[in-house]
Ligand binder design. Structure first.
Ligand SMILES: Cc1ncc(COP(=O)(O)O)c(C=O)c1O
Length: 394
C-alpha cells in the first residue's frame, strides 16, 4: 500500500492536533484539520536513523557538526539551486524562536515592522510582543487570486520608516509561491529603503508542479546580504515535534547580532534527535518528498473539485505550495463566530479560523490537507453535507 494512504492513530501520542481536539471543541467527533503538521509517518530513513540513535541509549550534549551543515548545503543546492556557504548557517530550535530573535536583535523598541496579511499569526505577535510597531501591507484578493499591492508596500515603508519586513514564502495561509518578478520587486524596494528582509521559507520544499520556490536571498549578492532566511526540515518531513531549524544570512553583522542574542538566551545547541532527523531527512528523504507532493496535489485537487462542484458557496484559493488550503466561505453569509460554530458544530471539522490571520481573513477558513485520502474525504463530505443541509433549511 502507498505509504501516504496508511491511517495511523495519533490520539494518545500527545499530539497537539489530535489530543487537544476534545478540549478545543468539546466534542471528540470533530475531525482535526488545523495545526500544520501531517498525519503521515516521516520517511523510513529518518525513523531508522532515530531508532538507531535511541537504541544507543545515551543522550548527552550533541554537536551540530560539519556533516549536518553539508547535508543542509547539498539540499538547498539540489532543491532550490541556492549556493550557501557553511559559515552563513546558524541553528535555532524553531522558526518561531528565530522570528522572535530576529525582531529583538535587529530592531529597537517602537521600530516599524512590515507584514503581509492575512498571514501566519505569529508574524503579528512577534512584533507586538516586543513593543515594535506593526505595519500591514494587506495582500490584494482579486478574482480568487492573491497578489501584492506594491505601491502600498513602498508607501507603508516610507510613511512608517519600516526597518524590517517579514516575508512568508511560500505564503501561509494563501498558498502563493512568490514569483521571481514579485521577489525582485520586494527586494528592490527593501534595498532602496534600507529594510532588512526576514524570509520565513519553512514551506519551501512543499511546492506543487508548475511552480518554483525561489529563495529571495538567492536573487543577488545584495539580496543575500540583506536577508535572513529561516528554514527547517520540520514541515517538509513532518518533524515539528523534534524542534530543529536554522537561519541563513551572508550578512556578518546581522548574523553576529543574531548569534549573540541566541547565546544570551542560552540557546546555542540543537537537541540530539533533531540533529539526527534533520541529517537523515536531507540525505535520504527526497524520494519520499516527491511522493508526498503527489499526494498533496491529489488532495488539493480533490478538495477543490468537490467543494466547487457540490457547494455553491465555498471556493478554494488555488494553492501553489504548502499543504494548507484557504477556503473562501463568505458566501455562507455567516458572522465570524457563526462560521466557526458552523464548522465545529454542524460540519464537525476543526479548521483554523481565517480572522486569526488578520482581519482580511474574516470569512475564510484554513484546512490542512496533509492527511490520508480517507480522512480528507471524510472532512470534505462533512462540510458539504453541513452546507447543503443548511441550505435546504433556509
Ligand atoms: C510560515 C510558518 N512559519 C513558522 C512555523 C512554525 O515553525 P517552527 O515550528 O519551526 O517554530 C509555521 C508552522 O506552521 C509556519 O507555517
Amino acid at each position: 500500500m502507498n505509504r501516504f494512504y496508511e491511517l495511523t492513530e495519533r490520539r494518545g501520542t500527545r499530539s497537539v492536533k489530535w489530543d487537544l481536539a476534545e478540549e478545543l471543541y468539546q466534542d471528540s467527533d470533530v475531525l482535526p484539520m488545523w495545526v500544520a503538521d501531517m498525519d503521515f509517518k516521516a520517511p523510513e530513513a529518518v525513523v531508522q536513523a532515530l531508532t538507531q540513535r535511541v537504541e544507543h541509549g545515551i543522550f548527552g550534549y550533541t554537536i551540530a557538526d560539519d556533516p549536518l551543515k553539508s547535508a543542509i548545503i547539498e539540499w538547498l543546492n539540489k532543491r532550490h539551486n541556492w549556493n550557501v556557504e557553511r559559515n552563513w548557517i546558524t541553528y535555532s530550535p524553531g522558526v518561531i524562536p528565530s522570528l522572535h530573535m530576529a525582531v529583538q536583535s535587529l530592531t529597537g523598541k517602537n521600530d516599524a515592522i512590515l507584514i503581509q496579511t492575512p498571514v501566519y499569526p505569529p508574524f503579528s505577535s512577534v512584533v507586538k510582543d516586543h513593543d515594535r510597531t506593526l505595519v500591514e501591507n494587506p495582500l490584494v484578493f482579486n478574482e480568487g487570486i492573491y497578489s501584492i499591492d506594491f505601491s502600498d508596500f513602498e508607501a507603508k515603508i516610507q510613511d512608517h520608516q519600516v526597518k524590517l519586513f517579514i516575508l512568508c514564502n511560500p505564503h501561509n495561509p494563501v498558498g502563493r509561491v512568490w514569483t521571481r518578478a514579485e521577489l525582485e520587486q520586494i527586494n528592490d524596494i527593501c534595498l532602496k529603503h534600507g529594510v532588512i528582509v526576514i524570509s520565513d521559507e519553512i514551506h519551501a520544499d512543499l511546492i506543487f508542479p508548475g511552480h518554483t520556490h525561489i529563495p529571495i536571498a538567492s536573487l543577488s549578492k545584495e539580496a543575500s546580504n540583506n536577508t535572513i532566511t529561516c528554514l527547517s526540515p520540520t514541515k517538509t518531513f513532518n518533524l515539528a515535534g523534534l524542534q530543529a531549524s536554522y537561519l541563513i544570512t551572508e550578512n556578518d553583522e546581522a548574523r553576529g547580532l543574531l548569534t549573540d542574542h541566541f547565546n544570551k538566551q542560552g540557546m546555542f545547541m540543537l537537541n540530539t534527535l533533531g540533529i539526527t532527523a534533520m541529517e537523515a531527512a536531507y540525505l535520504h528523504g527526497e524520494e519520499w518528498l516527491e511522493e508526498l507532493i503527489e499526494t498533496l496535489e491529489m488532495n488539493r485537487n480533490y478538495v477543490t473539485q468537490r467543494l466547487h462542484e457540490e457547494t455553491e458557496t465555498l471556493r478554494v484559493t488555488p494553492a501553489e505550495g504548502t499543504y494548507l488550503l484557504w477556503i473562501d466561505c463568505r458566501k455562507l453569509n455567516l458572522s465570524q463566530p457563526e462560521l466557526i460554530s458552523f464548522m465545529q458544530k454542524k460540519a464537525k471539522v476543526g479548521l483554523n479560523e481565517g480572522a486569526s490571520f488578520g482581519e482580511e481573513g474574516t470569512g475564510f477558513m484554513r484546512m490542512n490537507i496533509a492527511a490520508p485520502k480517507k480522512l480528507i474525504e471524510e472532512g470534505v463530505s462533512r462540510i458539504i453535507q453541513a452546507v447543503n443541509n443548511d441550505k435546504t433549511k433556509t
